[in-house]
Design a protein around this ligand. Structure first.
Ligand code: GCO
Length: 465
């Protein structure tokens, strides 16, 4: 049969210069938890506590990235990414949380960044991705104290003044809600470190207030300490309200619901608008955090861009009730991937962009998807391959939704896939695999999954393939 040549496809093409990347985090990949002066983080303590981690494991070795970073950078170059997001471990830099700087800890990140640049990969550094010094939990309860914001700012100054000659793209904090609301007040499992249960909702909201204050102080510290022009951003996983259909009434309902969904009204709202959501404050009443004069001005620092960590969302529809909306629950057989919360909702990526640009009134604020990806029950088959079709399905649909936002003119500048390699998935230990590289934890071998080659082709063609 005469085969017809298949013309090259052009649909779902991203603009020239679109930033393709991958993301990781220090505690999840580095290991070497006691090397070169590093002291324990709250995640070392939390994961070593029996019953906290699904498979009883810790980040003690993880992907041994501290020693294998050159191998991993080579995989990044093979993948074809031009950008890599990683995080810097506070307990490597200032092991006691405050005071003495551990230069050996700084040197690791110098080696990593120099290796990235040798491979023409731009480093994007998250200054805090949950692994705070245990010493500060012992001293004053970490984020329960306003002192944490001050110590964080000093830590940021120590990092940026030393690495700012090599790193010019900074993210202050990753996903505030996870280490505050899920760290201090959660009843559901799995909790997040430090797992201390405070007594009242007000105390929980006070922890996230200290974290958004830290973000503001961190922005100021970066700009004061950087020896070069640089960019500053927050990375947030705000709860994305998705209209059940794009009819006017349901879209308005989704905008209204944004205020009180999750902890949006006390995190992304003050950071972007300079005020807590009024609807949230009304809902919280006496449980609202204490806000000192001047806090909101500090919190609302200008951002060069905003990082979006979006995996799923919440369906909303208009309702004949006082709020004018209602949240809709997922039924048991709604499609999801290998995490209890990972319901497949690609439109969440599109609506995350719309909510920042439209609902929160930031149409000019450049956006980067700093995390998107999924866990899947990956196994190596008899041919030594991991054919993770579920992950390709997930990623393809989410990137198509993101492309829609780009096509409609929203300021989306790039996409960082979570994650480069399987790693320590917090309270799930190593049982859940998010990587496009399979990590064999026995041998520390990396095996490219089918999704690695799929993503490599997306990058090569600069489009969703
Ligand atoms: C997060 C964290 C990552 C997770 C990933 C999968 O978004 O929760 O930034 O560290 O590992 O999202 O849960």
């Amino acid at each position: 049969m005469l085969e017809h040549e298949i013309a090259p496809m052009t649909s779902y093409q991203f603009p020239p210069g679109f930033m393709w990347g991958a993301a990781t985090a220090s505690y999840q990949i580095e290991g070497a938890v006691s090397e070169a002066g590093r002291q324990p983080s709250v995640w070392d303590t939390f994961s070593a506590t029996p019953g906290h981690i699904y498979d009883g494991k810790t980040g003690e070795i993880a992907c041994n990235h501290y020693h294998l970073y050159e191998t991993d950078v080579k995989w990044m170059a093979e993948l074809g990414i031009q950008h890599y997001r990683f995080s810097i471990a506070w307990p490597r830099i200032i092991p006691d949380g405050r005071g003495r700087v551990n230069e050996a800890g700084v040197d690791f990140y110098r080696r990593l960044v120099d290796c990235l640049r040798e491979h023409d990969i731009t480093p994007h550094a998250t200054l805090f991705h949950w692994d705070s010094p245990q010493a500060l939990e012992d001293r004053y309860g970490s984020w329960r104290s306003r002192e944490m914001a001050m110590d964080y700012a000093d830590y940021v100054t120590a990092v940026v003044s030393r690495l700012g000659d090599r790193i010019t793209d900074w993210m202050t904090i990753n996903e505030i809600s996870c280490f505050t609301h899920m760290g201090y007040g959660v009843e559901a499992t799995p909790p997040h470190a430090p797992g201390t249960r405070v007594r009242t909702a007000k105390e929980v909201w006070q922890t996230s207030h200290h974290a958004v204050l830290a973000h503001g102080l961190g922005c100021q510290a970066i700009r004061a300490a950087s020896p070069r022009a640089c960019t500053v951003a927050l990375v947030d996983n705000f709860a994305v309200t998705v209209p059940i259909s794009e009819s006017p009434e349901h879209m308005v309902a989704a905008q209204k619901a944004l205020h009180t969904c999750g902890s949006n009204g006390g995190i992304i709202f003050p950071v972007l608008t300079g005020a807590y959501s009024p609807a949230l404050l009304e809902q919280l009443g006496a449980d609202a955090p204490d806000i000192q004069d001047g806090d909101l001005d500090i919190i609302q620092q200008p951002l060069d861009w905003l990082g979006l960590n979006i995996y799923s969302g919440v369906y909303v529809r208009a309702a004949e009730n006082q709020q004018g909306y209602e949240f809709l629950s997922f039924r048991d057989n709604y499609p999801r991937l290998h995490m209890p919360w990972l319901w497949i909702l690609p439109e969440a990526l599109y609506w995350a962009v719309r909510h920042v640009s439209d609902s929160l009134g930031k149409p000019e604020l450049p956006l980067l998807v700093t995390e998107n990806g999924c866990a899947a029950p990956d196994v190596v088959n008899n041919q030594g391959e991991v054919i993770d079709l579920e992950r390709i399905l997930y990623l393809r649909q989410y990137l198509k939704a993101l492309h829609r936002a780009v096509d409609e003119g929203y300021p989306v500048r790039g996409y960082f896939l979570w994650s480069l390699l399987d790693n320590f998935e917090w309270a799930w230990g190593y049982d859940r695999r998010f990587g496009i590289l399979y990590t064999d934890y026995e041998t520390q071998q990396r095996i490219p999954k089918a999704s690695f080659h799929w993503y490599q082709e997306c990058i090569r063609q600069n489009r969703v393939v």
